[in-house]
Every structure is written in C-alpha cells, then in structure tokens.
Design a protein around this ligand. Structure first.
Ligand code: SAM
Length: 235
C-alpha cells in the first residue's frame, strides 16, 4: 500500500542529499499556469513548499496516506495559508475541488525511463484493482483539459551511499512477477536506524496508456517539459 511511517523521520535527510532535484521538479510543474494544483503522495511537503514560495497565488493541496509524513509537511507548510493537506489513500480519496493540475513525483505513481527504452509505470499500489480505483478517484478530481504530471526517474538498482556524517543510505531491489519489492535502509556505524519495504506493481507503457485512458487520461507526447514529468490530459 505504500506506508512510509518507518522512513518518515529520515526522509528529508535522505531526499535533500541529492536523491531528488526539487528545484528542477518545480520548474517542470510551473512551466504552464494553473490556478490550483494537487500533489498526490506529497510526503513531507518538500515540493509543495518550493511551489508555495515561488508562486503564492496558486492554491495548493497535498494528499498522502502516511500520517507521519503529513505531520512533517504540516509543520513545514504552516505559514502558507494557500496550502491544504489531507490524509487519504488514493484508492478512495475525496476532496471538494477539481484541479487544473495534478502531479505525483515518486508518490503514488511514477515512470522509470532506462536509456532509450519505453517508460515503465511504477505504482505504489501492488494490486491491479487498487490502480483501477485510484485512477477512477483521480479522474473525479481533475478538470476537463486538466493536466496530470507523473514524475520520471532513472532505473532503480542496488546501491549504498553516504548521505551525511556517518550515515549510509542503501536500497535493494527484488523483481517479482507483477513488479518489484524495494528495501530501503539507513545505517549508522553502529546500528540500523531505518528499514522499510515497499511492494511495487509495474505496467509497460502500452498497458499504462490503456489503463489511464480508461479513466480519461491521454498521453501528450508533444508536451514541452524539462524531462522531469510525462504529461497526460484529462478528456
Ligand atoms: C517517495 S515519497 C514521495 C514524497 C514527495 N512526493 C517527495 O517528492 O518528496 C512517496 C509518498 O507517497 C505516499 N503514498 C504511497 N502510496 C499512497 C497511496 N495509496 N495514497 C496516497 N499516498 C500514497 C507515501 O505515503 C509517501 O509519502
């Protein structure tokens, strides 16, 4: 299901040590104007904070299923009155608004692009029926002609690297018949500080386009982006 409680305490230190490039991600979102934006799987709010600082006129909503992540987001974003946060699972979420732009970066869904191979859709939802419900709920919250942006990441592989004095982040990937399992660890010299396992489902690009088009989301191959997102339009 994608619960990040175990990682939440260490999430920011791992991500802001080079795992994601938050400035470039936000450039990719703000390359077209939107009056309101929803982030699905907003985590600790690092992207919402960057958008809120750059353009205070945009109404922002973040939703996530992990309370511990949202607690950190709440503190980070408390001075921004244009931001609302909501604890919900994508599979049955409901909000008052429809949005002109919805995005996810490493959140519920994302794409992995390996060299010149076709994009692979990666989902935090390991069950096929949960992906159907998730896109169904999402479709109810995107305006006609609204944009859905799903982040692009490089291929996942096993590695370990130092992230701050004395701490080592590592990850291990185990492929399975529907996708892969990813193990995340943070070690100090003397102990394991964090261990988290997530089961991901994957879809080939043609399966992903078929799945998403059933809920009105159509791939925009000619959209002008900076390579951080693939864009879909809600018809
Ligand atoms: C890798 S974090 C990304 C956070 C944030 N987008 C960022 O860039 O820092 C993935 C987030 O997706 C959330 N998530 C996973 N499955 C979800 C679901 N079914 N519904 C809502 N949020 C989910 C997790 O709780 C976690 O906070």
């Amino acid at each position: 299901m994608g619960d990040y409680t175990s990682m939440s305490t260490y999430y920011d230190v791992i991500m802001t040590s080079g795992y994601y490039d938050y400035k470039k991600i936000v450039d990719g979102i703000l390359n077209q104007p939107s009056a309101n934006i929803l982030e699905i799987g907003c985590g600790t709010g690092l992207i919402l904070e960057e958008i809120a600082k750059r353009n205070p006129a945009i109404s922002l909503t973040g939703m996530d299923l992990t309370q511990a992540m949202l607690n950190i987001a709440q503190k980070r974003l408390e001075s921004f009155s244009q931001v609302n946060l909501s604890l919900q699972n994508i599979t049955d979420f409901s909000l008052q608004n429809q949005f002109e732009c919805v995005f996810s970066y490493g959140g519920v869904w994302y794409f992995v692009i390996d060299g010149d191979q076709e994009p692979l859709l990666v989902s935090h939802l390991a069950k096929g029926e949960d992906n159907e419900s998730g896109f169904d709920r999402l479709a109810a919250h995107v305006c006609r002609e609204g944009r859905l942006l799903l982040g692009i990441q490089g291929p996942h592989f096993d590695y370990e690297k130092p992230i701050s004095t004395g701490l080592i982040y590592s990850q291990r990937i185990e492929p399975n018949e529907v996708g892969f399992t990813k193990h995340y660890y943070l070690h100090s010299p003397s102990e394991t500080l964090m261990a988290q396992t997530i089961h991901y489902r994957t879809y080939s690009f043609s399966q992903a386009k078929q799945l998403m088009s059933r809920y009105g989301f159509h791939f925009q191959p000619n959209s002008v982006g900076n390579g951080t997102f693939l864009e879909f339009k809600k018809m």
